[in-house]
Design a protein around this ligand. Structure first.
Ligand SMILES: Cc1ncc(COP(=O)(O)O)c(C=O)c1O
Length: 429
């Protein structure tokens, strides 16, 4: 069933490290060989062997309208025909900046980059340049891209500085990053009591999607907002995943919190490489060429990529879009919970907008430790059972899932029919 994918993977292993251009694609977490994707249309993927799948990865978030949306493609083709890149300003970038600043009230000015990693790295440099301080606070289980000082795990003992999680990152570079527990307001209070005047920024996923799916408590985000205000630190919401994915105003709109800076990616590129960071005008004014904080990019604001993003965002911001998307997501997650219950499998799910988590544990987790305590083996069996039945879930128990506007009753029915058998199979294994 996967012969061609297997051949392609073996050939790739010879010329690409691990056979993939981003590690999670290698299926290491779930075992087996990755399926190579040949094409996508709407909610469906077709692999190199011709197998069809309902897609719940959506390129890890960007494909909120589904694959190969005809009007998005038409715009992209038309703009590409006029030139691929100029390295000079274009009207499209202005349009994108106006769309972002009008839809996200906390973002008074915005700069475009080419990836989420770049957006967060630049926002943190800016926060450090603005405050003249060096410490960064992040939270265990949140991922903010692969820049050196963010590849860090908590040090041993409370309120000690982090250790690198990747070889090649000097300990000096993570020694300015404090890693705290998500959803623990008291720990944040303690950290600010001890280090407040040195903290440049607090960065978090305002709904976490890189430790599966975890919602913050209101007390947690309100505490972070208050502490940053009191101590003159910059609160950064990393909305690379949640921006235009959980609602039209991102997680900040849902939570009612105004961050100082916001980072964006994924949906704002509609499947092409676009990232962005923006926020308070006084902070953004510290950025080159106005201020002393340097940041630049040859392909930043690329016209073709921005066009894909604009065509996507305009549809996502249409009235009623998120009501429909959230209803679809809930139909999927509630259906899965129902099927698990029938099969007697301990299982739970949670969602917001077009983003969801499924957990092989009786209730949805609210901490990193609870996520880690879910039954990973049961997930892995379920993942493969679903894949064989034509449902493509994220190949890891610790990733969120994504639904697109192209998912409808037929896709939900196919998913739940597959799940009925997969739960029975994973239980009997
Ligand atoms: C919250 C968050 N921030 C940053 C990134 C990094 O974005 P990119 O992969 O575009 O560099 C990701 C990627 O998954 C993310 O989920």
């Amino acid at each position: 069933m996967y012969e061609r994918s297997q051949q392609l993977f073996e050939a790739s292993l010879r010329v690409i490290p691990g056979g993939v251009n981003s590690p999670v694609r290698a299926f290491r977490a779930v075992g087996g060989t990755p399926v190579f994707i040949r094409e996508g249309k709407g909610a469906w993927l077709v692999d190199a062997d011709g197998n069809r799948y309902v897609d719940y990865v959506g390129s890890w978030g960007p494909m909120i309208l589904g694959h190969a949306h005809p009007e998005v493609l038409a715009d992209v083709v038309a703009v590409a025909a006029r030139g691929l890149s100029f390295g000079a300003p274009t009207e499209l970038e202005l349009e994108m900046a106006e769309l972002i600043t009008t839809s996200l009230p906390s973002v008074e000015q915005v700069r475009l980059v080419s990836s989420g990693t770049e957006a967060v790295m630049s926002a943190l440099r800016l926060a450090r340049g603005f405050t003249g301080r060096s410490l960064i606070v992040k939270f265990e289980g949140c991922y903010h891209g692969h820049s050196d000082f963010l590849l860090v795990k908590a040090g041993s003992g409370a309120l000690t500085f982090g250790n690198p999680t990747s070889a090649g990152v000097p300990a000096e570079l993570t020694s300015k990053t404090l890693v705290l527990d998500y959803n623990d307001p008291q720990q944040a209070e303690d950290a600010f009591r001890r280090f407040g005047p040195e903290i440049a920024a607090v960065v978090l996923e305002p709904v976490a999607g890189n430790m599966n799916f975890v919602r913050p408590s209101q007390a947690f985000v309100e505490t972070l907002r208050r502490l940053c205000t009191e101590h003159g630190s910059v609160l950064i919401f990393d909305e690379v995943m949640t921006g235009y994915r959980v609602g039209p105003r991102g997680a900040q709109g849902v939570l009612g919190i105004r961050p100082d800076l916001t980072t964006l990616g994924k949906v704002i590129g509609g499947g092409l490489p676009v990232g962005a960071f923006g926020g308070r005008r006084d902070i953004m004014a510290r950025l080159a060429p106005l201020g002393p904080v340097y940041q630049a990019g040859t392909l930043s604001g690329n016209p073709v990529a921005v066009t894909a993003g604009l065509a996507t965002l305009k549809r996502v911001l249409a009235p009623g879009f998120f009501d429909r998307l959230a209803a679809t997501t809930v139909a999927v997650t509630e259906g899965l919970v129902r099927e698990a219950r029938v099969a007697g499998v301990p299982f739970s799910a949670a969602s917001l907008g077009g983003m969801f988590g499924i957990f092989f544990r009786p209730s949805a987790p609210s901490t990193f430790a609870e996520v880690m305590a879910s039954d990973k083996e049961a997930f892995n069996r379920f993942f493969h059972a679903m894949l064989r039945r034509g449902v493509y879930l994220a190949p890891s128990a610790f990733e969120a899932g994504f639904v697109s506007a192209a998912h409808g009753p037929a896709e939900i029915e196919a998913t739940l029919a597959a799940a009925r058998e997969a739960f029975a199979e994973s239980r009997s294994a």
